[in-house]
Structures are given as structure tokens and as C-alpha cells.
Design a protein around this ligand. Structure first.
Ligand SMILES: C[S@@+](CC[C@H](N)C(=O)[O-])C[C@H]1O[C@@H](n2cnc3c(N)ncnc32)[C@H](O)[C@@H]1O
Length: 181
């Protein structure tokens, strides 16, 4: 990694801690108050995925179930991508928007409150779709993911219906599964 990118990665690590907490200032409210659990992808895993896939400034990156927006924010900040994050929870979306403002990438990023099953992915026409969702939900999304024409990256859980995956090893136990269109 080049020095500039090392500095940027360090800033992302500070802004997106792996352990999410409650803060008085409502900077963060999380875990699983409902069935909508927010469990973040560790920021180093996000950075490594982006380093391996190398999306560029002309690419649109979508995170279905974006939580605090870390994948979209990092793609915009490190790679210059445009990004769309979708989540059903307004509290995490608020955090995502604020963090993108802090990084100065709010002009490249959009966060939408919606059920990921209702998103017209083909209409968005993404180049890269990131998901970290329960396998049951991934099964529901598989057809739309297969039809959207994008590279699909699923953190932790493979999506069997999309065929064989390229497996990215992101550490001792962490894996991401990559499906090319
Ligand atoms: C495991 S977290 C992953 C967050 C983020 N993508 C990341 O990797 O750090 C899953 C997120 O998906 C959201 N989610 C789960 N089911 C959803 C649905 N049907 N529609 C929209 N968002 C959903 C949750 O609110 C949560 O923020």
C-alpha cells in the first residue's frame, strides 16, 4: 500500500471501529434491537477486499444492508467510487451519512432507507455489490444479484445459487466470496 493510502486506511480504522458501542451523543446505537442486526465487517477486511478488487472512480458500488456505511465510504474514500448504501434502519444510515461527510465523500455517496428485497438493483446498474447478510436473505436476493450484471462480494456467507466463487482469504478465519457476472 502506498503511503497516502496507508494514511487513509488509518483514518478509516479510527472512524469505523470493529467494536461498535453505545455513545451518549448518539454517534452509535447498535447491535440487535430487532431482527435487523448490525454486525460490522471489520474495516481491515473492507480495505483488503477493495485492494483485491480495485474498483475505480467510474464504478458504482452498492452495499445492500450497509449498516454504518463503511464499505461504501471506504470505496469512495480509497478508490474514488460512487456508492449507494441501503439499510432498513434509520439510526445506522444517520451514522453512515455523517461519517461520509467527515471523510468528504458525501458528494459521491447516497444512503437509502429501504428493505433490500425491494431494491431495483438492475435499475441502479452497479459495478460492484457488497453484501453481509444472513444466508436466508441471500437466498431471497440471489436471483436479483445474478441478474444485475455486477461483481457480487458476499462477506462470510457464500451464495450457492450464484455458482462457484472465488474465495478471498482476509485473515485466519475471515472469507469473502466473489461472483463475477
Ligand atoms: C451484518 S450487518 C452488515 C453491515 C455492513 N454491510 C457491513 O458489512 O459492515 C447487516 C445490515 O443489514 C441490514 N438489514 C438486514 N436485513 C435487511 C433488509 N431486509 N432490508 C434492509 N436492511 C437490512 C441490517 O439493519 C444491518 O445493518
Amino acid at each position: 500500500m502506498r503511503t497516502g493510502n496507508r494514511r487513509k486506511a488509518e483514518r478509516l480504522r479510527r472512524l469505523f471501529p470493529d467494536e461498535v458501542e453505545y455513545h451518549r451523543d448518539d454517534d452509535f446505537v447498535v447491535t440487535c434491537p430487532t431482527r435487523l442486526c448490525f454486525v460490522p465487517t471489520p474495516i481491515d477486511a473492507v480495505i483488503r477486499i477493495l485492494e483485491r478488487l480495485r474498483p475505480g472512480p467510474e464504478d458504482l458500488v452498492v452495499d445492500l444492508g450497509c449498516g454504518d456505511g463503511r464499505f461504501v465510504a471506504a470505496a469512495a474514500y480509497l478508490c474514488g467510487c460512487r456508492g449507494v448504501g441501503v439499510d432498513a434502519r434509520e439510526d445506522v444510515l444517520r451514522v453512515a451519512r455523517r461519517k461520509c461527510e467527515t471523510l468528504g465523500v458525501d458528494d459521491k455517496t447516497t444512503f437509502i432507507r429501504a428493505d433490500v428485497r425491494e431494491v431495483d438493483l438492475r435499475g441502479l446498474d452497479p459495478d460492484l455489490v457488497f453484501v453481509y447478510l444472513f444466508p436466508s436473505l441471500l437466498r431471497e436476493l440471489a436471483e436479483e444479484l445474478a441478474a444485475c450484471g455486477a461483481t457480487v462480494v458476499s462477506y462470510t456467507f457464500p451464495i450457492e445459487a450464484l455458482g462457484p466463487a472465488r474465495v478471498l482469504k482476509l485473515g485466519e478465519r475471515r472469507r469473502a466470496y466473489v461472483y463475477e457476472p
